[in-house]
Design a protein around this ligand. Structure first.
Ligand SMILES: NC(=O)c1ccc[n+]([C@@H]2O[C@H](COP(=O)([O-])OP(=O)(O)OC[C@H]3O[C@@H](n4cnc5c(N)ncnc54)[C@H](OP(=O)(O)O)[C@@H]3O)[C@@H](O)[C@H]2O)c1
Length: 245
Protein backbone atom coordinates (compact mmCIF):
# COMPACT_ATOMS: atom_id res chain seq x y z
CA UNK A 1 0.00 0.00 0.00
CA UNK A 2 1.35 3.44 -0.97
CA UNK A 3 0.77 4.86 2.49
CA UNK A 4 3.41 2.54 3.92
CA UNK A 5 5.76 2.86 0.93
CA UNK A 6 9.44 3.28 1.81
CA UNK A 7 10.78 2.57 -1.68
CA UNK A 8 13.95 4.54 -2.39
CA UNK A 9 14.21 5.99 1.10
CA UNK A 10 17.72 6.03 2.57
CA UNK A 11 17.88 4.56 6.06
CA UNK A 12 20.71 4.04 8.53
CA UNK A 13 20.20 1.39 11.21
CA UNK A 14 22.67 1.02 14.07
CA UNK A 15 23.14 -2.41 15.60
CA UNK A 16 22.04 -4.00 12.31
CA UNK A 17 24.52 -6.88 12.46
CA UNK A 18 22.13 -9.21 14.27
CA UNK A 19 18.86 -9.49 16.14
CA UNK A 20 16.20 -6.79 15.79
CA UNK A 21 18.43 -4.44 13.75
CA UNK A 22 19.27 -7.17 11.22
CA UNK A 23 15.61 -8.03 10.79
CA UNK A 24 14.73 -4.36 10.22
CA UNK A 25 17.62 -4.01 7.74
CA UNK A 26 16.50 -7.04 5.69
CA UNK A 27 12.84 -6.02 5.87
CA UNK A 28 13.57 -2.46 4.73
CA UNK A 29 15.71 -3.83 1.89
CA UNK A 30 12.81 -6.07 0.82
CA UNK A 31 10.51 -3.05 0.94
CA UNK A 32 12.77 -1.19 -1.52
CA UNK A 33 14.68 1.12 0.81
CA UNK A 34 18.38 1.93 0.38
CA UNK A 35 19.72 0.42 3.58
CA UNK A 36 22.87 1.28 5.48
CA UNK A 37 23.41 -1.23 8.25
CA UNK A 38 25.88 -0.59 11.04
CA UNK A 39 27.74 -2.95 13.31
CA UNK A 40 30.27 -2.11 15.98
CA UNK A 41 33.15 -4.01 14.31
CA UNK A 42 34.22 -4.85 10.73
CA UNK A 43 33.47 -8.58 11.32
CA UNK A 44 29.86 -7.75 12.26
CA UNK A 45 29.07 -6.26 8.86
CA UNK A 46 30.83 -8.79 6.61
CA UNK A 47 27.56 -10.54 5.64
CA UNK A 48 25.80 -7.36 4.51
CA UNK A 49 27.29 -6.73 1.09
CA UNK A 50 25.97 -9.95 -0.47
CA UNK A 51 22.54 -9.25 1.04
CA UNK A 52 22.31 -5.84 -0.67
CA UNK A 53 22.91 -3.85 2.48
CA UNK A 54 25.60 -1.17 2.71
CA UNK A 55 27.67 -2.12 5.74
CA UNK A 56 29.27 0.60 7.88
CA UNK A 57 31.18 0.36 11.12
CA UNK A 58 29.66 2.55 13.80
CA UNK A 59 30.63 2.08 17.41
CA UNK A 60 27.95 4.21 18.99
CA UNK A 61 30.32 5.09 21.83
CA UNK A 62 32.52 6.94 19.37
CA UNK A 63 32.08 10.69 18.84
CA UNK A 64 32.81 10.50 15.13
CA UNK A 65 31.65 7.19 13.60
CA UNK A 66 27.98 8.08 13.09
CA UNK A 67 28.73 11.70 12.22
CA UNK A 68 31.09 10.59 9.44
CA UNK A 69 28.75 7.87 8.16
CA UNK A 70 25.76 10.22 7.98
CA UNK A 71 27.92 12.82 6.18
CA UNK A 72 28.90 10.25 3.54
CA UNK A 73 25.30 9.08 3.03
CA UNK A 74 24.15 12.69 2.61
CA UNK A 75 26.95 13.35 0.13
CA UNK A 76 26.03 10.28 -1.94
CA UNK A 77 22.22 10.36 -1.78
CA UNK A 78 21.43 14.00 -0.95
CA UNK A 79 19.59 12.99 2.21
CA UNK A 80 19.34 10.38 4.91
CA UNK A 81 15.57 9.90 5.15
CA UNK A 82 15.49 7.88 8.34
CA UNK A 83 17.86 7.12 11.22
CA UNK A 84 17.08 4.09 13.38
CA UNK A 85 19.03 4.05 16.63
CA UNK A 86 18.77 0.40 17.54
CA UNK A 87 22.21 -0.60 18.94
CA UNK A 88 22.09 -1.51 22.60
CA UNK A 89 23.43 -3.74 25.35
CA UNK A 90 21.88 -5.34 28.42
CA UNK A 91 23.20 -7.16 31.45
CA UNK A 92 21.70 -9.07 34.35
CA UNK A 93 23.49 -7.15 37.08
CA UNK A 94 21.98 -6.34 40.47
CA UNK A 95 22.03 -2.59 41.16
CA UNK A 96 24.35 -3.10 44.13
CA UNK A 97 26.88 -4.94 41.95
CA UNK A 98 27.32 -2.46 39.11
CA UNK A 99 30.98 -1.62 38.56
CA UNK A 100 31.85 1.89 37.36
CA UNK A 101 33.17 0.67 33.99
CA UNK A 102 30.04 -1.39 33.28
CA UNK A 103 27.84 1.55 34.29
CA UNK A 104 29.62 4.01 31.99
CA UNK A 105 29.68 1.53 29.10
CA UNK A 106 25.92 0.96 29.30
CA UNK A 107 25.13 4.68 29.53
CA UNK A 108 27.49 5.44 26.62
CA UNK A 109 26.04 2.70 24.41
CA UNK A 110 22.34 2.93 25.22
CA UNK A 111 21.90 6.65 25.85
CA UNK A 112 24.84 8.88 24.90
CA UNK A 113 25.21 7.09 21.56
CA UNK A 114 21.54 7.68 20.73
CA UNK A 115 21.75 11.37 21.63
CA UNK A 116 24.97 11.85 19.68
CA UNK A 117 23.60 10.12 16.57
CA UNK A 118 20.45 12.28 16.66
CA UNK A 119 22.63 15.37 17.00
CA UNK A 120 24.90 14.26 14.13
CA UNK A 121 21.82 13.70 11.94
CA UNK A 122 20.47 17.16 12.76
CA UNK A 123 23.85 18.83 12.18
CA UNK A 124 24.06 17.31 8.69
CA UNK A 125 20.45 18.02 7.71
CA UNK A 126 19.36 21.01 9.81
CA UNK A 127 16.27 22.57 8.21
CA UNK A 128 16.04 19.76 5.62
CA UNK A 129 14.28 17.68 8.25
CA UNK A 130 14.40 13.98 8.92
CA UNK A 131 12.90 11.02 10.68
CA UNK A 132 14.35 9.35 13.78
CA UNK A 133 13.22 6.06 15.29
CA UNK A 134 14.83 5.16 18.61
CA UNK A 135 14.60 1.59 19.87
CA UNK A 136 14.12 1.69 23.65
CA UNK A 137 12.42 -1.08 25.67
CA UNK A 138 9.35 -1.78 27.77
CA UNK A 139 11.88 -1.79 30.61
CA UNK A 140 12.16 1.95 30.06
CA UNK A 141 8.48 2.14 31.03
CA UNK A 142 8.10 -0.40 33.84
CA UNK A 143 10.42 -1.68 36.56
CA UNK A 144 12.07 -5.09 36.68
CA UNK A 145 14.70 -6.87 38.75
CA UNK A 146 18.34 -6.85 37.57
CA UNK A 147 17.72 -4.14 34.99
CA UNK A 148 18.25 -0.88 36.90
CA UNK A 149 20.77 0.85 34.66
CA UNK A 150 19.35 -0.66 31.46
CA UNK A 151 15.87 0.59 32.45
CA UNK A 152 17.29 4.01 33.26
CA UNK A 153 18.98 4.34 29.86
CA UNK A 154 15.87 3.19 28.00
CA UNK A 155 13.61 5.53 30.01
CA UNK A 156 16.05 8.31 29.17
CA UNK A 157 15.80 7.47 25.46
CA UNK A 158 12.00 7.76 25.66
CA UNK A 159 12.25 11.18 27.37
CA UNK A 160 14.98 12.34 24.99
CA UNK A 161 12.84 11.40 22.00
CA UNK A 162 9.87 13.43 23.26
CA UNK A 163 12.11 16.43 23.90
CA UNK A 164 13.76 16.26 20.46
CA UNK A 165 10.38 15.75 18.81
CA UNK A 166 9.28 19.10 20.21
CA UNK A 167 12.60 20.95 19.74
CA UNK A 168 13.00 19.89 16.11
CA UNK A 169 9.37 19.67 15.02
CA UNK A 170 9.44 22.99 13.19
CA UNK A 171 12.59 21.96 11.34
CA UNK A 172 10.71 19.04 9.80
CA UNK A 173 11.87 16.22 12.06
CA UNK A 174 9.80 13.44 13.55
CA UNK A 175 11.22 11.50 16.49
CA UNK A 176 9.47 8.35 17.74
CA UNK A 177 10.28 5.32 19.84
CA UNK A 178 9.70 1.59 19.51
CA UNK A 179 9.61 -0.30 22.79
CA UNK A 180 10.03 -4.03 22.24
CA UNK A 181 9.04 -6.51 24.92
CA UNK A 182 11.02 -9.75 25.16
CA UNK A 183 12.36 -10.65 21.74
CA UNK A 184 14.15 -13.84 20.73
CA UNK A 185 17.70 -12.53 20.03
CA UNK A 186 21.17 -12.96 21.54
CA UNK A 187 20.12 -10.40 24.15
CA UNK A 188 17.59 -12.79 25.66
CA UNK A 189 19.97 -15.80 25.76
CA UNK A 190 20.22 -15.21 29.51
CA UNK A 191 16.49 -16.01 29.77
CA UNK A 192 16.37 -18.83 27.21
CA UNK A 193 19.38 -20.66 28.69
CA UNK A 194 17.43 -21.82 31.75
CA UNK A 195 14.17 -23.63 31.05
CA UNK A 196 12.53 -22.77 34.38
CA UNK A 197 13.29 -19.06 33.89
CA UNK A 198 11.99 -19.18 30.31
CA UNK A 199 8.76 -20.85 31.46
CA UNK A 200 8.27 -18.22 34.15
CA UNK A 201 8.83 -15.45 31.62
CA UNK A 202 6.46 -17.00 29.06
CA UNK A 203 3.76 -17.36 31.70
CA UNK A 204 3.95 -13.58 32.18
CA UNK A 205 3.47 -12.74 28.49
CA UNK A 206 -0.24 -12.67 27.53
CA UNK A 207 0.53 -13.96 24.01
CA UNK A 208 2.56 -16.78 25.58
CA UNK A 209 5.66 -16.45 23.44
CA UNK A 210 8.77 -14.34 23.00
CA UNK A 211 8.59 -11.92 20.09
CA UNK A 212 10.47 -12.70 16.87
CA UNK A 213 12.81 -9.97 15.62
CA UNK A 214 10.44 -9.71 12.61
CA UNK A 215 7.65 -8.63 14.97
CA UNK A 216 9.35 -5.24 15.27
CA UNK A 217 9.57 -4.67 11.50
CA UNK A 218 5.98 -3.51 10.94
CA UNK A 219 6.29 -0.84 13.62
CA UNK A 220 9.53 0.39 12.05
CA UNK A 221 7.99 0.55 8.56
CA UNK A 222 4.97 2.42 9.91
CA UNK A 223 7.16 5.02 11.65
CA UNK A 224 9.53 5.34 8.67
CA UNK A 225 6.71 5.85 6.17
CA UNK A 226 4.17 8.58 5.46
CA UNK A 227 1.56 6.43 7.21
CA UNK A 228 2.82 8.09 10.41
CA UNK A 229 3.46 11.57 9.01
CA UNK A 230 1.46 13.31 11.78
CA UNK A 231 3.01 11.18 14.55
CA UNK A 232 5.92 12.48 16.62
CA UNK A 233 7.18 12.14 20.19
CA UNK A 234 5.32 8.83 20.54
CA UNK A 235 6.22 5.42 21.90
CA UNK A 236 4.98 2.31 20.13
CA UNK A 237 5.04 -0.78 22.34
CA UNK A 238 5.45 -4.18 20.63
CA UNK A 239 5.39 -6.73 23.46
CA UNK A 240 2.68 -9.38 23.05
CA UNK A 241 0.65 -7.62 25.76
CA UNK A 242 3.38 -7.79 28.43
CA UNK A 243 2.89 -4.35 29.97
CA UNK A 244 -0.82 -4.06 29.18
CA UNK A 245 -1.58 -6.17 32.27
N1 LIG B 1 15.86 -8.57 22.59
C1 LIG B 1 15.00 -8.02 23.43
O1 LIG B 1 14.26 -8.71 24.16
C2 LIG B 1 14.88 -6.52 23.51
C3 LIG B 1 13.82 -5.99 24.26
C4 LIG B 1 13.66 -4.63 24.36
C5 LIG B 1 14.54 -3.79 23.71
N2 LIG B 1 15.56 -4.30 22.99
C6 LIG B 1 16.47 -3.35 22.35
O2 LIG B 1 16.52 -3.61 20.97
C7 LIG B 1 17.80 -3.25 20.46
C8 LIG B 1 18.37 -4.43 19.69
O3 LIG B 1 18.46 -5.53 20.59
P1 LIG B 1 18.72 -7.03 20.11
O4 LIG B 1 17.90 -7.88 20.98
O5 LIG B 1 18.63 -7.14 18.66
O6 LIG B 1 20.24 -7.19 20.60
P2 LIG B 1 21.43 -8.12 20.07
O7 LIG B 1 20.92 -9.24 19.27
O8 LIG B 1 22.26 -8.37 21.27
O9 LIG B 1 22.20 -7.13 19.08
C9 LIG B 1 22.78 -5.95 19.60
C10 LIG B 1 23.20 -5.07 18.45
O10 LIG B 1 23.75 -3.87 19.01
C11 LIG B 1 25.06 -3.68 18.48
N3 LIG B 1 25.95 -3.03 19.45
C12 LIG B 1 26.23 -3.39 20.72
N4 LIG B 1 27.13 -2.52 21.25
C13 LIG B 1 27.40 -1.60 20.28
C14 LIG B 1 28.24 -0.47 20.18
N5 LIG B 1 29.02 -0.07 21.20
N6 LIG B 1 28.26 0.23 19.03
C15 LIG B 1 27.50 -0.15 17.98
N7 LIG B 1 26.69 -1.22 17.98
C16 LIG B 1 26.65 -1.93 19.13
C17 LIG B 1 25.57 -5.08 18.14
O11 LIG B 1 26.60 -4.96 17.18
P3 LIG B 1 27.80 -6.06 17.08
O12 LIG B 1 27.21 -7.29 16.48
O13 LIG B 1 28.81 -5.40 16.22
O14 LIG B 1 28.27 -6.28 18.50
C18 LIG B 1 24.30 -5.72 17.60
O15 LIG B 1 24.09 -5.36 16.27
C19 LIG B 1 18.63 -2.84 21.67
O16 LIG B 1 18.63 -1.45 21.80
C20 LIG B 1 17.89 -3.48 22.83
O17 LIG B 1 18.11 -2.81 24.04
C21 LIG B 1 15.76 -5.65 22.87
Amino acid sequence: MKLFDITGKTVLITGASRGIGKSIALGFRDAGAIVYGAGSRPESIEWMDKEGINGVVIDVRSEKDAFNAIGKIREKHGKLNCLINNAGIATNTPASGFKEEELQNMIQTNYTGVFRNCQAYYKHHKKDGGNIINVASVLGMVGSKLASVYSGTKGAVISLSKALAIEWCNSGYRVNVICPGLIDTDMTDMIKDKEYILNQVLAGIPMGRLGDPEDILGAAIYLASDASKYVTGQTLVVDGGLIAQ
